[in-house]
Design a protein around this ligand. Sequence first.
Ligand SMILES: [Mn+2]
Length: 476
Amino acid sequence: MPPPQLIRCAQSIADFLLERVNTHIFQIVSHLDADGLAAAGIVSKALRRLGARFHVRIVHQLSKRVLELLPKSQRVLIFTDLGSGQLSLLDEAFRENTVIIDHHPPEEAGEESFMQLNPHLFGLDGNTEASGAGMAYLVAKEIDDENRNLAALAVVGALGDRQDKGEARSLIGLNAEIVREGVKSGVLEEVKDLIFFGRETRPIPVALEYTMDPFIPGLSGNHAACVKFLVERVKIPLKSGDRWRTISELSQQEKSTLVSELVKYMLGVGGMSAGEAQSIVGAVYVLVKEQLGTPMRDAREFAFLLNACGRTGKTGLGLAICVGDRKYFEEAVKVAGEYRAKLAEYMNWLGDGNMNVKGSVCWFNGGRYINDKMVGTVTSILSSSSLCKGKVIVGFAYSEEEAAVKVSARLGAEVKKEVNLGELIRRVVSKMGLNFVAGGHDLAAGAYIPAGKENEFIEHLNIELSEIGEAVDHDG
Ligand SMILES: [Mn+2]
């Protein structure tokens, strides 16, 4: 059970919103990833149910420029999946009639002056136990008990943020509690199976090709390679008569052959860590109210779809899917397909000798080739690769919008916990004498630096890491 104070905080935010339904216009501001879109979707659905007037703005990050564009009067601002880390940016003008629903580590400055629902303030770990969408769900549930069916979207958000850190990729903590509520409300089912996108409906080679979490180098996004792998190595019948078989139709024996061949591949050609290879079997979260054969049926695939929409600038589309506008469904599927192909292309490019390992850092410079909004997805994928084991992973990509280089950093597998990546990156940026935005949490962080400073950044990062000493593995 979540701490009672957390529930009380969600209640007071719900009451605050309810009191203003007839007098104010609500402005939701949320992050563009799957969790941010799911969180905005949850709040939108709760507000729509109340007949409230509201607008949604989806942003890459909360910046001064974003804040300047927000309405100043007769409005209630609702920040979801962001805000807690930018309290000092939200000056006096934004304190009144503002609600923050987030799970990133809160800035201490002015903590008391904001209405803020954040797991970190109640002794929970916002990295692994609770997502932005989960926090939004707690508020929605207090607004109206009917909103319990939004538990499914909360789970999509948590998986989008890769919070499936429990045994066999299960959700833990508050997220697990939300899964139980979703099962009870009849919107979710949890099963243990191969984590393939479309296990119930897609032809097996397509299910393998579409699987992006985990991303399997050489197979994800490559249909011909998937067919070849299944025919030559797994050797199970892919068709029954004229009809393609699905993962859920395989016998236990066939499934275990598939798993063992796949694990061998992932450890060998795929270059993945053992933990990640094993994670091909685990907890699958099914949105049972969604139509069979659609990407919204599987919570991980739903999250991938939302990420694809968000990171290719189709935020309105992602939001529409969240709130249930299925007429945009075809378009969203197309966006996800293009995104999948792009990711596969980037991973191939990295495999073609564009990855560098120097000291304790595994890095690449995507320049203008890698889309700056996707560089974080690429570094996340690399965090499961054995090449980057024990290293800090850094990706660079040039952002036209910011006229600067976007830096995305992740911790590789088996790096000791003493490294707080957010702090580390902030320190590097300040040692370089830059006055650029940098932030993030323990495991993921980002920054912007001027073009041409990439190598210097890696050097400074290595120096900082060597001072942390034993925390990072130094060989290689
Ligand atoms: Mn989030």
